[in-house]
Design a protein around this ligand. Structure first.
Ligand code: HEM
Length: 531
């Protein structure tokens, strides 16, 4: 209360101070005013955080304390904390401390109500979490630009999605050959790094063209920038907010991402210039087919100025690790449940034989594969809470639930693990979604790319992942070739994968090894003519 009152009279206090200051030498006046001006945003933000915590005080806390022990507990047991919070709030919203900032966790019953709420902003949430104002975190500034980045994927990529199948299918065998090669004997490899290299190479081909898929510098950045930017944000978060505008210049993690952005610019800018020169040389005519992301961004920008490098880094960040993580979980689940592998091989053979080439319809026929990947996403959602948003105004939901401006919200506990919706939710059932899909009238509801209020791994509503259709094609093509041309197993003595859980985030263990060897495929796609 005392703090609030003293803040409320800040303008008066400033006036009195200026009277006093009039008698001091100019140097001190300048210095003092600079300090006051610089600290004003922090005073304002301090005031706004007090307003926020008062407005949120109506909600119970799942974990109010945030000291070293509480942080460790949260990192190890976020799932349990979320379940406890939900129980405490009797299925109503509750507060969860994550990185020393409160998040309002809304139960899944609110998914449909918030899914298209424009004042619950996804980009603002990301921008706040990842310090988009500081150099190095540049990729988040274009993520904030909803009209270009999102539209490039949602509209431009969607229009040419079918055209991306042929180059993906053509390069998948070469990619696997480069990463795994041919081996008659069992060989050990790292699951995540093999997948990352494969996904990054194929993704770069479609997003930036052939010059980039074998460019070692771009491959390294497109994989590592995401990892390093998370580490830089983590490092910066451990400093008080007031010190960050200075500290970020010196933190080694922030220095590293600034250097990655610089290298990325040196690669992307000449490519953009080359494209522009090409258009000029062709008398101003645009390229024949809008096939890669430089063109998608140009079309989405509609003449507005923007930074191509930031946009490309955002795209790499949105796509490569998400796809790798999903494939990593899928392969781990298949190794734990190997009875599905031969069924999948049979399905690939039958589907390919029917079409004689990889087409949209061939990928659609891989219904068991679709179900197996979706089941892995259900069982191992990448985050323990979904649909993170920042409220940009005060919002009152239809039942009176109040979300004050500046609140960060998320959905949890996740519906995908609710036994009422998915019986035996912690058991892997590769046929789960195939069986659900086979029921009358349910064909569309249970496909991998379908989002519903019960399945939010790709989000749901306005911000549902627009790249999921591309990710689904890429994952199916990679998995089909990986299963046809190689045998896979865990190293001797291991039967189950040990996935990593850190707070609300989860992923396949980056140290997980797998064994592989070449095999005779049921159908030799590589020897058959391409589309
Ligand atoms: C299996 C792979 C992927 C997963 C699991 C995934 C997951 C997600 C999730 C959870 C969101 C947030 C949705 C929400 O909060 O409502 C999202 C947003 C987004 N994703 Fe993906 N994603 C994947 C692949 C991709 C790919 C390949 C691309 C690009 C081609 C992409 C582009 C985007 C974009 C642009 C957004 C922001 C949408 C918006 O702000 O409206 N994603 N994704």
């Amino acid at each position: 209360m005392l703090v609030r009152n003293s803040l409320q009279c800040t303008p008066v206090a400033l006036y009195k101070m200026s009277e006093l200051l009039s008698n001091l030498p100019k140097f001190y006046i300048g210095l003092s005013l600079t300090v006051i001006t610089l600290s004003f945003p922090y005073i304002a933000s301090f005031y706004s955080s007090i307003r926020l915590s008062r407005a949120l005080s109506r909600y119970p806390w799942a974990n109010k304390t945030w000291d070293a022990a509480a942080k460790k507990h949260f990192l190890e047991s976020a799932d349990q904390i979320i379940r406890d919070g939900s129980e405490l709030a009797k299925g109503n919203p509750f507060l969860m401390n994550e990185n020393a900032s409160p998040k309002l966790v809304l139960p899944p019953k609110y998914v449909n109500e918030i899914k298209n709420e424009k004042d619950l902003n996804f980009a603002k949430f990301i921008g706040k979490e990842f310090h988009s104002a500081y150099p190095g975190f540049d990729a988040f500034s274009s993520a904030i630009n909803e009209t270009i980045f999102q539209d490039a994927v949602r509209t431009q990529l969607a229009q040419v999605l079918t055209l991306t199948i042929e180059p993906l299918a053509r390069e998948t065998p070469t990619t696997l050959n480069k990463v795994y090669g041919s081996t008659p004997d069992w060989k050990e490899t790292n699951l995540v790094s093999g997948l990352l290299k494969s996904v990054a190479r194929l993704t770069s081909l479609v997003f930036l063209g052939e010059n980039f898929m074998d460019n070692a510098e771009w491959q390294e950045i497109s994989i590592m920038y995401t990892v390093d930017v998370f580490m830089a944000a983590e490092a910066l978060n451990s400093w008080p907010a007031m010190s960050r505008p200075i500290v970020h210049w010196f933190l080694p993690q922030c220095r590293k991402i600034r250097s990655q952005v610089k290298t990325a610019k040196s690669l992307i800018r000449p490519e953009v210039e080359r494209r522009r020169a090409d258009i000029v040389a062709k008398g101003g005519k645009a390229r024949r087919r809008v096939l890669d992301s430089v063109d998608w961004f140009t079309a989405a920008a509609k003449g507005e100025t923007f930074d191509y490098t930031n946009a490309e880094l955002s795209l790499a960040m949105a796509s490569i690790h998400t796809t790798t993580t999903t494939l990593g979980f899928t392969i781990s689940d298949l190794l734990e449940n190997p009875e599905y592998i031969d069924m999948l091989r049979e399905e690939i053979k039958e589907s390919y034989e029917q079409d004689g080439k990889w087409e949209k319809s061939t990928l659609f026929k891989l219904k068991l594969m679709d179900s197996c990947i979706k089941e892995s996403m259900r069982l191992h959602p990448m985050a323990a809470v979904n649909m993170p948003r920042a409220a940009v105004s005060d919002i009152t939901l239809s039942d009176g639930t109040f979300i004050p401006r500046n609140t960060n919200i998320s959905i949890g506990p996740l519906p995908m693990l609710d036994p009422e919706l998915f019986p035996e939710p912690y058991a892997y059932n590769g046929r789960r979604f195939l069986d659900l899909r086979n029921a009358a009238g349910a064909e569309n509801k249970y496909q991998l790319v379908t989002t519903t209020s019960e399945f939010t791994v790709f989000g749901h509503g306005t911000h549902a992942c627009p790249g999921r259709f591309f990710a689904s094609n890429e994952m199916k093509l990679l998995l089909a070739h990986m299963l046809l041309y190689y045998d896979w197993k865990f190293p001797e003595g291991q039967e189950k994968a040990n996935h990593i859980i850190m707070g609300t985030r989860r992923g396949p263990n980056p140290k997980q090894k797998v064994m592989f060897k070449s095999r005779e495929p049921e159908i030799d796609i590589e020897k058959m003519p391409l589309a």
